[in-house]
Design a protein around this ligand. Structure first.
Ligand code: ATP
Ligand code: MG
Length: 303
């Protein structure tokens, strides 16, 4: 009987402390099989530290990690790692060797055959650049070579730390298409980024870190469901409105405010009326996903 594992990565209270600094703070990840899991967070929020723990490269201070339903420990690590391809922080590869020579090192280290490294290079569309020295590769080509190295072992899980970092929009789109394609073949892909835009279009599930805490995990739709649409107050008396609510932003024909629920809206309207502000219209507009993300990570709030 085939054992079906629907959650590929699950962590419980995963925590990493460096002296008195908590870099990863009681994180409960749940990465479903076949997902592109977008792991988002600003610089220093703990993405790389979390991914290193998932790969057994760094020991958690507390909490535990299950991969393919099996607890990751020093003794299970060797069983689990052959199924996990990874690229952490910067792309690997020796500059003084060609792409192919780098792949040969991977082949020999992992005991693979030529066909596997050839397929990996073809998947990232580097076959025709394989005899070029890696130091002459563009950043996008280096990132793709790193992904090819991670792919060569035919992993069931790919853990990629900022594979789109430093790429131009075309390069980002290429990596995005590649990862979506891999996920459609059943490979679970966990991919980190500090830029929501880079990840939003490819991720089926998002996990958002802020200062080491997982402040959101779910689909894009779930994320919007949690966000409060902005409020726009149309008024000809913008100066008076700003005197009453100096924290408002000015927008064409009125002011714009975020984070106002129904009660806060009623109080705001009363305040504006009291201040003699003429109100023509009050309406809500959906925030952009980027705004939702900035709000969340900026105020460090919990959903
Ligand atoms: N080996 C270490 N020793 C001490 N502190 C560390 C170490 N590694 C990471 N940190 C700290 O842990 C926090 C999280 O770092 P981490 O590299 O995981 O963030 P990140 O989300 O990957 O950031 P970036 O987007 O810049 O890659 C930071 O405050 C960092 O300074
Ligand atoms: Mg990092």
């Amino acid at each position: 009987m085939v054992h079906v594992v629907s959650t590929v990565i699950a962590t419980h209270g995963l925590t990493k402390k460096f002296r008195d600094h908590t870099a990863v703070d009681s994180v409960d990840l749940s990465v479903p099989q076949g997902a592109v899991y977008g792991f988002l967070g600003p610089n220093g929020s703990g993405k790389s530290t979390t991914m290193k723990m998932l790969l057994g490269l760094s020991q958690p201070t507390s909490g535990d990690i299950e991969i393919f339903g099996q607890r990751l420990t020093r003794s299970t690590r060797a069983d689990l790692l052959p199924s996990i391809g990874s690229m952490i922080e910067s792309p690997p590869g020796y500059g003084h060797l060609t792409g192919w020579e780098n792949m040969l090192i991977v082949r020999d280290m992992l005991g693979l055959v030529d066909a596997q490294i050839e397929t990996a290079l073809a998947t990232v569309r580097l076959s025709d650049q394989r005899d070029k020295l890696v130091r002459n590769y563009s950043l996008g080509m280096k990132q793709r070579l790193g992904i090819a190295m991670a792919l060569a072992r035919d992993p069931s899980l790919l853990v990629l730390d900022e594979p789109t970092n430093g790429l131009d929009p075309a390069g980002i789109e290429e990596v995005r298409d590649l990862l979506v394609d891999l996920a459609s073949r059943g490979i679970t892909v966990m991919v980190s980024s500090h830029l929501l835009d880079e990840i939003d279009k490819m991720a089926s599930v998002l996990g958002i870190l802020s200062a080491g805490k997982l402040i959101f995990q779910g689909t894009r739709t779930d994320l919007f469901a949690h966000s409060l649409p902005d409020l726009i107050v149309e008024t000809p008396s913008i100066d008076a409105a700003l005197r009453a609510v100096p924290y408002a932003a000015v927008t064409g024909g009125g002011i714009r405010l975020s984070g106002h629920d129904n009660e806060a809206t009623a109080a705001l309207v009363a305040l504006l009326v009291d201040a003699g502000v003429q109100i023509h219209q009050v309406r809500r507009v959906q925030q952009s996903l980027e705004d939702v993300f900035m709000d969340l990570t900026g105020r460090g709030g919990l959903l």
